[in-house]
Design a protein around this ligand. Structure first.
Ligand code: FES
Length: 673
């Protein structure tokens, strides 16, 4: 999609303006009537629905088999505005498609039942695809339905065998996995034909140049004869890894891992169709060594045994997830022939048992940016004995394979627009592309976004406040969204950003980040003034719980606000300097991609208000989902995309911020709200 791509339908409904505010003006407010968020790809015929990009929506998928019988259910929570097709794809629910979610193939038929009674909008493509009664029954094209409220979605079984798969954020890749299976029927040897078993097999696949693994050679004589010379050759890239009796071409799997410092996600892929068949995640078992990469590197520096234990913990995490996804999909682990891992430089080094110490001290040097392919068994995974592990290449010590995977998934090197990619975490990675040149950097944001160093901070788990809205005129002036719909126990990153943003918006915090004096608030906003109180000497704002016993409540403290200010200043200094490097101004940015588990759940309007992202219409700020995992899937489904990741590393320039003499001054400039 390029800058000049047409934008049919946008803003044509219910009096919504066709025009965005002029660049630089910034949004006066964040009303959905004025601004809407866009998907990562534009879909002809897609109606834009009302939502302001805050909160979450629940989607309950019911999967059917070819006979229409229910086979599984899956519930997911996504930011509003994500298409049903993307939400399904990110969560391992396969929906028919040959256009990759672009609204043109009309295969992504689903039945949508809104839980709030408001039927999903009908697009002109729905009208062309379905009968009037089907539309009445809720049938829609999944890629054109924006999830703006809770939905039940019934997904029919796949009917097409795709030649391409939809991965990443609406990107389609032609299926050309490293795993290939070839069924061959060979002539039996005779005294007149004493060709070796291997030559006989390779001759039947003479379009390939293969080397044989010892494992395959050991099995070859027995399997050939037991199966009357009718066998399936299993190939990974250029290696013959196995021979299997009979025709097993329909069964080939791979696992994509997003190896995060905090959370690890595994997606089991059927590489014959390109579809995900199971997804699961868990906390990285390295957690006891510390929550961030620096504490894990420090652990290896202080204890000679720690490296081995960290390697074992990483391997155990992947092994448990692999076992879970195979069990869930009823797939024999021996049918998993390849694995891709997208992780930051420290996670990758620790998984391989490589000393990470040089990553943690200046001048921050990696052992290699291009890790070798290893056998899964070498890192403790029990899959096919010859299964390979493809590890993503990295740009540098602090822009690792996870970010390269994210760039691949979001097509940073293919899109002509000026785009800003931000993966927010303890270490925040930032990438800017002007359509020709791509630059990247890393900013140390600290643990605030993950609930660390925050008085009532916690991870995004049940009981965490994730959404905060303040309306001093309402009966309940502070409205909270709590994960799991249970009593609030703490504040996670997106709730922290929302809380500060709302308090800035209503003048409870001034632009320097200080709570205003009590008397001033009592005069300005009497309905919420009692919530601004103290625990000891520290001023706190009570979000949930007893106002008169703030130490029993969930509060936002003055120090929490400072922590967030430091984090956001580190990040905004990073993207400001990258934009300057390319001669760009803030309002030249045409799309901001918020990646990673935290970034994807951040309210775009809050992110704009506190200055975490440039002041742009919310329309241009997009939740990109787990792009590292999507990149890992792409690498498994397409050798071309895998090669593209290596090319990306050659094209993207890394900018080191810490050696810039003006960094501190620029950082201080960015502290204010
Ligand atoms: S029309 Fe092709 S995926 Fe929706």
């Amino acid at each position: 999609m390029d800058r000049g791509a047409p934008r049919p339908d946008r803003g044509s409904r219910r009096g919504v303006s066709d025009t965005e505010p002029a660049p630089g003006e910034g949004p006066a407010d964040f009303s959905p009537e004025t601004y809407r968020r866009e998907g990562l790809i534009e879909r002809p015929g897609a109606e834009q629905s009302d939502h302001d990009g805050t909160g979450r929506v629940d989607l309950a998928f019911t999967l059917l088999d070819l006979g229409g019988q229910e086979t599984a259910r899956r519930s997911v929570r996504v930011p509003p505005g994500v298409s049903v097709f993307d939400a399904a794809s990110w969560n391992g629910v396969a929906i028919d498609s040959t256009c990759g979610g672009h609204g043109t193939c009309r295969k992504c038929k689903v039945q949508v039942a809104p839980r709030n009674g408001v039927a999903a909008a009908i697009t002109r493509h729905d009208v062309r695809t379905f009968s009037a009664s089907e539309i009445d029954k809720g049938w829609r094209l999944a890629c054109l339905v924006q999830a703006t409220g809770d939905l039940g979605v019934t997904v029919p079984a796949l009917t097409t065998r795709p030649k391409a798969a939809t991965v990443g954020v609406g990107r389609q890749v032609i299926l050309r996995p490293a795993i290939q299976k070839r069924y061959v029927e060979l002539a039996e040897p005779s005294l007149q034909d004493q060709q070796t078993d291997l030559d006989r097999l390779l001759a039947a696949m003479d379009d390939l140049e293969l080397t044989a693994d010892l494992h395959a050679l050991r099995r070859l004589p027995t399997v050939l004869r037991a199966a009357d010379f009718k066998v399936t050759a299993v190939i990974v890239d250029t290696a013959l890894v196995d021979v299997e009796p009979g025709d097993t071409t329909g069964s080939a799997y791979a696992i994509a891992f997003d190896l995060g410092t905090t959370t690890v996600v595994a997606t089991l892929l059927d590489v014959t169709t390109g579809t995900p068949v199971a997804v699961t995640s868990m906390l990285n078992k390295q957690q006891p060594f510390g929550g961030d990469v620096i504490s894990r590197i420090s652990a290896t520096m202080m204890d000679p045994d720690a490296l081995g234990r960290l390697q074992t913990a990483a391997a155990a995490t992947l092994a448990e997830l692999a076992e879970q996804v195979c069990r869930e999909a009823e797939v024999d682990p021996a049918d998993v022939y390849e694995v891709a891992v997208a992780g930051n430089a420290t996670m990758t080094a620790l998984l391989l048992g490589i000393d990470p110490e040089p990553l943690g001290v200046a001048p921050f040097v990696m052992s290699t940016t291009l890790p070798p392919t290893v056998l899964a068994s070498e890192i403790g995974l029990v899959l096919h004995p010859q299964a390979r592990v493809a590890l993503f290449p990295a740009l540098g010590a602090y822009v690792g394979g996870d970010i390269v995977a994210g760039m691949l998934a979001t097509g940073m090197d293919r899109d002509k627009r000026t785009r800003l990619f931000i993966d927010i975490g303890t270490n925040c990675e930032i990438v800017v592309s002007n359509g020709d040149t791509i630059v990247s950097t890393a900013a140390p944001a600290g643990p605030a976004f993950e609930g660390g160093a925050i008085r009532c901070g916690m991870r995004a788990a049940d009981g965490a406040i994730e959404v905060v809205k303040i309306d001093p005129g309402a009966d309940a002036p502070v409205e909270l969204g709590v994960i799991g719909d249970v009593e609030a126990r703490g504040l996670c990153g997106s709730g922290l950003v929302d809380a500060v943003s709302e308090l800035v918006r209503h003048g409870v915090l001034d632009s320097s980040g200080r709570f205003v004096p009590d008397e001033q608030l009592a005069e300005m906003l009497p309905a919420i003034a009692p919530r601004l109180t103290r625990i000891g000497q520290e001023r706190v704002f009570v979000l949930a719980g007893p106002v008169d016993e703030p130490d029993q409540a969930v509060v936002l403290s003055q120090r929490d606000v400072r922590e967030l200010q430091f984090a956001k200043a580190a990040i905004s200094t990073g993207w400001t300097l990258l934009l300057e490097q390319l001669g760009l101004k803030h309002d030249d940015v045409q799309q901001v991609l918020l990646a990673g588990s935290f970034g994807s759940y951040l309210s775009p309007s809050s992110a704009v208000r506190i200055g975490l992202v440039p002041t742009l219409p919310v329309l241009r700020i997009v939740s990109a989902g787990n792009v590292a995992g999507e990149g890992a899937k792409m690498a498994l489904l397409s050798l071309r995309e895998r090669a593209g990741a290596v090319t990306l590393c050659e094209e993207v320039a890394y900018v080191e911020l810490s050696d810039r003499s003006d960094f501190n001054d620029r950082f201080v400039e960015q502290l204010a709200f």
